[in-house]
Design a protein around this ligand. Sequence first.
Ligand SMILES: [Zn+2]
Length: 95
Amino acid sequence: MSRQSSRDTAAEVAVRRLLHAAGMRYRVNVPVPSMPRRVIDIVFTKAKIAVFIDGCFWHGCPEHATQPKTNAEWWRAKLDRNMARDVETTDHPDG
Ligand SMILES: [Zn+2]
């Protein structure tokens, strides 16, 4: 499962619901400009704010991430790649 196939996660839906209730308007699942296959979870178009909702497991949260015991090496490599992508996406200058 990749970031692309995990759209509309429970966390994303919960955040959107709160924003919407607060009267905020936004777009969801917007491609990152000039970064193919990367998607911004929530965008406030006018303010030019991009929000990424990184799940604890898939994005290696320092507080809550867990390490699968089976295929441990494969998982470590996979999750390290995810985290490297997150850094790259966060560092991406513009839209
Ligand atoms: Zn966490």
